[in-house]
Structures are given as structure tokens and as C-alpha cells.
Design a protein around this ligand. Structure first.
Ligand code: PLP
Length: 387
């Protein structure tokens, strides 16, 4: 069997239909959307069309979509673009976010706390037993200076789905801007920015079988945000610079495919993830499941295997051609346990004994069953070595 890729939350293989569209806009239709000639017009038409497609899948209008270089840029921009409006005038800003947020939000908040010790503060909400935060928790943390709430939709490590709709409502009522990092949920879980009271949303192309280095920020029409880049006139002066048109066309194509197939993909992927769980739990004793198998996103299975190192299991599986991940950050030989797993109550040791298996569009039942068997074999072997 060829290699098996079970790390679809890290990135995905570009769909052939998307790659074809990208290629067309790199070779034949390579014009600059700002050029007045026919090449430029052709490119401008494609840019407008891409914006329309991406807007449609979240119930937004075209003027509310700004293309970026990915999820990280959109997350950083959301925070900076709101906070700087106050900080630049010496006014205090309080942000409510979570302990399990992606680093693109979490580290940005930490950075601003250091940069503006007198003016900027952030509350990092601790999740409940299911790994989620609720509207009630958010409401309790609101103070006089709260300008922004940033809560991710689907968590990238454990797949928990936060009830974004219910969190958005009190924010809107209180006039606080609500941002959600929807990088893991965009076109995989239904999103409607209007009924969910979302003011700003981040999404990324490479998580949905599109190219890397492209994503977007949705900004509700009435919300003021500072521009992210200065220069020309592109993206309504909000994020200037010549657009990554092949990437944007690919992103839009990927979003269109994923959105169209969403109702069939959710049960298929959930079924594969459940089969993976069923086989692993039948073959290995004492596992802890960190994903909410009933209500979480169906593509993510995070498991703790007490007694072994997650990194050791990852490497053993890699030798067998199976790609999984751990949430641990490894730098200069020192492994830091996953912040997400410790936030839901795991000890550092348990967090380091965990792996994430993430299922995607191209996985088959045969792959899942083979991978489960290899997980079981390798956990048993590693546990024997530890005894
Ligand atoms: C939840 C979440 N937010 C943000 C990002 C960053 O997106 P990008 O890789 O497009 O910068 C990721 C990617 O891992 C993610 O999973």
C-alpha cells in the first residue's frame, strides 16, 4: 500500500480540479487584475468571480471578502486591525479569547500584552469538560474595555466545535466585535455569518484541498478595521499588493467543491473516523479519547496512549508510511506539551502521549483499517519496550 496520509488538519492534498484551475491562471490567464488590457480584464473577472464564490459559502456579500496569504495573516489582521484603533490613541483594549486558540491568535495576544503592558490585556478562557467555551463564559469575562472576542469555530487539535452562533449574539448586543478563526471549519461545517452574528472570520485554502499561501478575511460591512498593507489600491485599499490570482482562483474552486459536497462528506468522513476509533479502541487498552466523538468535527480523532511517547508513535508510524501528528512543539530537542490538551485537563505527560489522526477527502476505508492495525501494533510494541 502507498503512504497513508492521516494529517488532513495540518494540510491537504490539492484536488486535481483545483490544481488545473491554478495552472490555467499561472500559464494562459496570467494577467494582472489591475491591467487595462484584455489579459488584465480576464484576470479581474476571475478575481471577482472567486470573491463571489467564497462569499457565497458563508452567506456574505462580495464586498465583505478580503483575500490574504492564509489563516495566520487573517487572524493577526483581525486582532491588530481592531486593537490598534484604540491603542494608537492611548486607549485601553481588552480582548477575550481562549486557552486553546491557534497560535496565530494566541501568540498575537501575548505579543500585544508585552508590547502594550499598560493598555492591552487579554483573558484566555479555560474550556469546559468537553473542550469548548460558552456564551456564558464569554459574557462573564466582558469588562468596560472589551473591544474584541475571538473564539475559534473548530479546534485544530481535538476537533471540538464551539457554538459560535450563541457566542456571537451577546457580543453583537453589547457592541463588541466578534472574530472567529474558521480555518478548520470553513466549508466543512455549515457557517452563516449573518445568523451566527460573526463580524470577522478567518479561513485558509490549504485545509480544504486548495493551494497553500492563500486565505481570506471576512469583514462585516459595518465593522471598522484598519488596513493590513499599504501601497496600491487592491482589496479596496485594505490589503494592497498584486493579488495571488492563481492561489485565489484555486482557493475559490476548492471552496466551491467542498461546499457543494459538504452534506455528503460530513457523514463519510465521520464514518471513517469512527471506524478508526472502533478498531484502535478494540486493540489497545486504557486509551483516553480527547475528541468529542458525538458533537465534534468528524474528521479529527485525538487519542492519548498512556505509557508511550506520542512522538515515538508518530515516528514509528511514519516508518510504516502513515502520517499522523502530535500537538507537541519540538524545539532544540525540548518537547513542550500541547497547550490545547493541557487546557482540557490533561497532564503534561498525558498530552505528550497523544496523537491526532485527521481524516480527509482522499482517505479510503481500506487505508483506515490498515492504519488502525498499524497503530495497534506499534502502541503494543512501544509499550513492551517501555516495560
Ligand atoms: C485553527 C487554525 N488557525 C489558523 C491556522 C493558520 O492558517 P495558515 O496555515 O493558512 O496560516 C491554522 C493552520 O494550522 C489552523 O489550524
Amino acid at each position: 500500500m502507498d503512504r497513508i496520509y492521516l494529517d488532513n488538519s495540518a494540510t491537504t492534498r490539492v484536488d486535481k480540479r483545483v490544481a488545473d484551475a491554478v495552472y490555467e491562471y499561472m500559464t494562459e490567464k496570467f494577467g494582472n487584475p489591475s491591467s487595462a488590457h484584455s489579459y488584465g480584464q480576464e484576470a479581474k473577472y476571475a478575481l471577482d468571480d472567486a470573491r463571489e464564490k467564497v462569499a457565497k459559502v458563508i452567506g456574505a456579500s462580495v464586498g465583505e471578502i478580503f483575500f490574504t496569504s492564509g489563516g495566520t495573516e487573517a487572524d493577526n489582521w483581525a486582532l491588530r486591525g481592531i486593537a490598534d484603533q484604540y491603542l494608537d490613541h492611548g486607549k485601553p483594549v481588552h480582548v477575550i479569547t481562549t486557552e486553546f486558540e491557534h497560535s496565530a491568535v494566541y501568540e498575537m495576544c501575548k505579543y500585544y500584552t508585552k508590547l502594550y503592558p499598560e493598555l492591552f490585556s487579554a483573558t484566555f478562557l479555560k474550556p469546559n469538560a468537553k473542550g469548548a467555551v460558552t456564551a456564558e463564559m464569554v459574557s462573564k469575562a466582558v469588562c468596560e474595555n472589551t473591544k474584541l472576542v475571538s473564539v475559534m469555530h473548530v479546534n485544530n487539535e481535538i476537533g471540538v466545535i464551539n457554538d459560535i452562533g450563541s457566542i456571537g449574539k451577546p457580543c453583537r448586543d453589547k457592541g463588541i466585535i466578534f472574530h472567529t478563526d474558521a480555518v478548520q471549519s470553513f466549508t466543512k461545517v455549515p457557517i452563516d455569518v449573518k445568523s451566527m452574528n460573526i463580524d470577522i472570520l478567518s479561513a485558509s485554502s490549504h485545509k480544504i484541498y486548495g493551494p497553500k499561501g492563500v486565505g481570506m478575511l471576512y469583514l462585516r460591512k459595518k465593522v471598522a478595521l484598519l488596513p493590513n498593507q499599504f501601497g496600491g489600491h487592491q482589496e479596496s485599499n485594505m490589503r494592497t499588493g498584486t493579488e495571488n490570482l492563481p492561489g485565489i482562483v484555486g482557493f475559490a474552486k476548492a471552496a466551491e467543491i467542498s461546499y457543494t459536497d459538504m452534506n455528503e462528506e460530513i457523514p463519510r468522513i465521520t464514518g471513517l473516523r469512527n471506524r478508526l476509533y472502533e478498531l484502535i479502541s478494540a486493540g489497545v487498552d486504557g486509551i483516553i479519547v480527547n475528541s468529542d466523538l458525538e458533537n465534534g468535527y468528524g474528521g479529527i480523532l485525538n487519542i492519548t496512549f498512556p505509557g508511550i511517547e506520542g512522538e515515538a508513535l508518530l515516528l514509528s508510524l511514519d516508518l510504516e508510511g502513515i502520517a499522523v501528528s502530535t500537538g507537541s512543539a519540538c524545539s532544540t530537542g525540548h518537547v513542550t506539551p500541547s497547550r490545547v490538551l493541557t487546557s482540557i485537563g490533561l497532564t503534561a505527560e498525558q498530552a505528550q502521549s497523544s496523537i491526532r489522526l485527521s481524516v480527509g477527502r482522499f482517505n479510503t476505508l481500506e487505508e483506515i483499517e490498515f492504519a488502525a492495525q498499524k497503530v495497534v501494533e506499534n502502541v503494543k510494541r512501544l509499550r513492551e519496550m517501555m516495560n
